[in-house]
Design a protein around this ligand. Structure first.
Ligand code: IPE
Ligand code: IPE
Ligand code: MG
Length: 252
């Protein structure tokens, strides 16, 4: 007799709408964009911020509710200090320049990843951007900064264990209960995960949340990404059939 494991309590059972509610993007290829033009890598990161602005606007126009972007990984600390500092500076400049506009446009900003170790001025700005947009519901922009999925899962496990020990949580650990401890609590799982730059890997992004995401890989380098690519992504998504482990409707 085959024993049935408990199916995931987070995986939807019914058919999914043709348009994704939540799109996640690994914004990759800034360095190569710059190098191919004999420019310093930093120039690619600057142009990458422009692509981010375009993409946030396009996502809103196209009816996407949640956009999550990977902008600095826990492994990106392995890069030269000058590049790391520049990336921190760019995040700061982006929030400083765009916060008021995003706030007025109804965008809720969240930043996921480890806060410890961020320079105090960056941490303060991150906190401010979240606090000032907390009541917004029109569009959700989540920036994964100093983020690694394994680190996120480990921090969640540690927090869960602490709460069980303190008697706050039941010892019965469920998927839905565990999910509340992730940085992404309150955000639906991504329907579509895009990576630019032609690399076919996840690089420690949303490992828990992307369990059933549709994956799309674009050859375009991130600084060249724009609305047309996002529209193409939505077209390709609409052709996918999400089965969540079940049999396709109408199949033999
Ligand atoms: C993505 O571009 C930005 C970050 C990872 C911070 P890269 O800097 O990784 O660009 P490539 O992959 O080297 O071209
Ligand atoms: C992934 O890109 C991280 C971000 C886009 C922030 P990387 O360029 O760091 O990934 P690898 O090193 O090619 O796997
Ligand atoms: Mg890269």
């Amino acid at each position: 007799m085959v024993r049935a494991a408990v199916p995931s309590d987070l995986v939807p059972a019914g058919p999914q709408p043709a348009a994704p509610r939540h799109v996640a993007i690994i914004m990759d290829g800034n360095g190569r964009w710059a190098t191919s033009r004999s420019l310093p890598r930093t120039a690619g990161h600057e142009r990458g911020v422009e692509a981010l602005r375009r993409t946030v606007e396009a996502a809103g126009d196209l009816g996407i509710e949640y956009l999550t972007v990977f902008s600095f990984s826990t492994e990106n600390w392995r890069r030269p200090a000058s590049e790391v500092n520049m990336l921190f500076g760019l995040l700061k400049a982006y929030v400083q320049r765009d916060l008021a506009r995003l706030k007025n446009e109804g965008v809720r900003i969240r930043v996921i990843g480890v806060r410890d170790g961020l320079p105090p001025d960056v941490a303060e700005l991150v906190q401010k951007s979240e606090a000032e947009t907390r009541e917004n519901h029109k569009f959700n922009l989540t920036i994964a900064f100093n983020y690694g999925a394994r680190d996120e899962i480990l921090r969640a496990a540690q927090a869960y264990a602490r709460d069980v020990k303190a008697g706050v949580r039941d010892e019965q650990i469920t998927e839905a209960g565990f999910q509340e401890y992730l940085d992404t609590h309150g955000i639906p799982d991504p329907d579509l995960l895009i990576r630019t730059s032609g690399e076919f890997r996840i690089s420690n992004f949303l490992l828990w949340q992307a369990a059933y995401s549709e994956l799309l890989f674009f050859d375009v380098l991130w600084p060249d990404f724009g609305k047309a690519h996002l529209e193409e992504a939505l077209r390709r998504y609409a052709e996918r059939e999400r089965r969540y482990g079940a049999v396709a409707p109408g199949a033999g």
